[in-house]
Design a protein around this ligand. Structure first.
Ligand code: SF4
Ligand code: SF4
Length: 127
């Protein structure tokens, strides 16, 4: 079985994803492709597609609940890196649970990780 995020993608299609402008400025060492972002508040940008009524990040290649891939995974904003899948590291994640429920998916349980044969020593490569 595969990592649960690879058949989900709900968080990338639920929340507005904000980032400090410097994360999308190569001159500051930022890695996020600036063209995939748009201005948000002062000092902030947002991933395109995530500020709309039905968010869907421009970098997301997914059919929510079936397959999911972040097309800029190694370059994704810090906000994305900070979201853990529920029980990936031994505790529930409110952001993960709410996103999945928003898309009609059940919240993950510890059993999902046992079934996937994964634990925190076996980190995900995509979400
Ligand atoms: S963190 Fe949770 S909501 Fe986001 S892709 Fe993974 S399982 Fe889905
Ligand atoms: S992980 Fe990738 S697809 Fe998901 S919100 Fe972040 S940049 Fe977008």
């Amino acid at each position: 079985m595969t990592h649960p995020c690879l058949s989900c993608g709900a968080c990338c299609a639920t929340y507005r994803v904000g980032l400090h402008w410097s994360e999308a400025d190569p001159a500051q060492g930022g890695l996020v492709p600036q063209a995939l972002t748009e201005p948000l508040r002062r000092h902030e940008r947002a991933m395109r597609g995530t500020s709309q009524a039905n968010p869907h990040c421009i970098a997301l290649d997914a059919e929510i609940g079936r397959y999911s891939r972040c097309t800029i995974h190694p370059l994704r904003p810090s906000a994305c890196r900070e979201v853990s899948a529920s029980w990936e590291h031994g505790e529930a994640s409110d952001q993960c649970d709410r996103a999945r429920i928003n898309h009609g998916l059940p919240a993950l349980t510890p059993a999902d990780w046992i079934d996937a044969g994964m634990n925190e020593l076996d980190p995900p490569q995509a979400a």
